[in-house]
Design a protein around this ligand. Structure first.
Ligand code: ZN
Length: 105
């Protein structure tokens, strides 16, 4: 038996880019394009042992600050898409190919 109750949860309703100050609210077109990076610094970190590091960036600021190092891949470049593309039922007899293998008979 499951008993239900109604609880109040906290949700992000607005994100402001820390670099340019652009605001976007939930439901607006740019909301899903905001990037939030958050991490807990480890021991010996340049950010201080155990400190929390956070930043929110809009797409243009993400590109302008980290663009040289971002790896942008299309959905067709994902490992699963690559493996599915390598799957040939006539060759693999209904078995999914092992990682890195494209010619299992
Ligand atoms: Zn920005």
């Amino acid at each position: 038996m499951q008993l239900s109750t109604v609880e109040t949860i906290s949700v992000v309703h607005e994100i402001r880019c820390d670099r340019c100050g652009k605001d976007t609210e939930r439901g607006e077109p740019g909301f899903a394009q905001m990037t939030s990076i958050a991490l807990d610094a480890g021991l010996g970190s340049i950010f201080g042992d155990g400190n929390r590091v956070e930043v929110d960036l809009c797409e243009p600021c993400l590109r302008d600050t980290l663009g040289a190092w971002l790896r942008v891949k299309t959905p067709a470049d994902t490992p699963l898409a690559t493996m599915l593309a390598a799957f040939k039922p006539e060759l693999h007899g209904g078995e999914f190919p092992a990682h890195g293998s494209t010619n299992i008979e």
